[in-house]
Design a protein around this ligand. Structure first.
Ligand code: ATP
Ligand code: MG
Length: 308
């Protein structure tokens, strides 16, 4: 487990105004990290990931057995920040039946005809499961804030500050509703530097195995970098709460991001203090009777029992 004090520096304190420049994108560049050395950090990060993967699998089983809570993990980031890889690595040890991933793309005409939370509500995890939103309702105050023309029919063409305030309020109320109904909500912004995004895009253009990952639309969005950073700062400031906190994860080093997310998720679920359901006296007696029956020597099988 990573020292909780270290983790605390990545949490957006509720009620504070976020300035993303105050959050690092490359944690290995910090003084604390440089004392350790990059090789040691890389090694330690991979150990943490391996340890927490096992713990996460165990705690997911407990989540399923206790049947009182669900977990919703939200991932938001600029393109090429590593959302997919982080989700894949962190969840790779968990029973696939215990988790579900939804990737949200541009909304359909039908989705645009509903309230903006509709399509996400339908994708919420049931009790006992971990649901992952790869992009989420936060797109509706991020990409759409940068491109208000994508708001859809029946919406203002030039939304004012009040319009976005109301959306933040809706989101906070929605998350309050989820928390009250047993959903643990954890939100991760994978914080990538513009320079590292450029390097990753160039890699996609140079390495034939990565050509498929390149999208011209991503290049177009890169031109709006500043607007996106502002939209993120505003959204993170308005919606980080005790019950659904935002984490700003340094994402320039993939191994750092993965270890941090794995640790935060595992620790938060463990902190729910779940317990396996207690078996009643009556049920215990039935279990013992079944065991005694199974332990008795079976009678030889007859031809009749074969047929039936
Ligand atoms: P990858 O590129 O790694 O496969 P991705 O999440 O970037 O994954 P894309 O299909 O490339 O997936 O992009 C999805 C696009 O859909 C993004 O540009 C995102 O901003 C956009 N999108 C998601 N939700 C909304 C929304 N509510 N309104 C408008 N656009 C949205
Ligand atoms: Mg994309």
């Amino acid at each position: 487990m990573i020292n909780p004090k270290l983790i605390q520096q990545f949490v957006v304190e509720p009620g504070t105004t976020v300035n993303l420049k105050h959050f690092v994108t490359d944690w290995t560049g910090t003084d604390a990290a440089q004392e350790l050395g990059k090789d040691i950090i890389k090694e330690r990060a991979s150990e943490i990931l391996a340890e927490t993967r096992k713990q996460l699998d165990a705690v997911q089983e407990l989540l399923y057995a206790s049947d009182t809570h669900s977990v919703l993990l939200i991932f938001q980031a600029m393109d090429a920040a590593g959302k997919d890889g982080t989700i894949r690595h962190v969840m790779s040890g968990v029973n696939p039946q215990g988790c579900q991933v939804y990737s949200f793309k541009k909304p359909s005409a039908e989705e645009l005809d509903h309230n903006f939370l509709w399509r996400y509500m339908k994708a919420l995890p049931e009790r006992g499961r971990i649901g992952i939103f790869n992009r989420s309702y936060y797109e509706d105050v991020l990409v759409v804030k940068v491109h208000p023309e994508w708001l859809g029919p029946g919406q203002p063409t030039k939304p004012d500050a009040n319009f976005w305030e109301k959306r933040y309020e809706d989101i906070n109320n929605f998350e309050k509703h989820l928390a009250r109904n047993g959903t643990l909500v954890l939100k991760f912004f994978l914080h990538l530097s513009k320079g590292e995004q450029k390097r990753r895009f160039l890699e996609r253009l140079t390495n034939p195995d990565k050509h498929w990952k390149f999208s011209e639309a991503d290049m177009a969005e890169r031109d709006h970098w500043k607007d996106y950073q502002t939209a993120f700062e505003e959204a993170l400031s308005a919606t980080s709460t005790k019950r659904a906190p935002w984490h700003v994860i340094p994402a320039d080093r993939k191994y750092v991001a993965r270890a941090l997310v794995a640790d935060i998720v595992t620790t938060a679920i463990q902190d729910l203090g779940l317990e396996f359901p207690k078996v009643s006296e009556d049920k215990l007696a039935k279990l013992q009777a079944a065991r005694a029956r199974l332990e008795k020597k079976d009678p030889p099988e007859t031809a009749e029992t074969h047929e039936s």
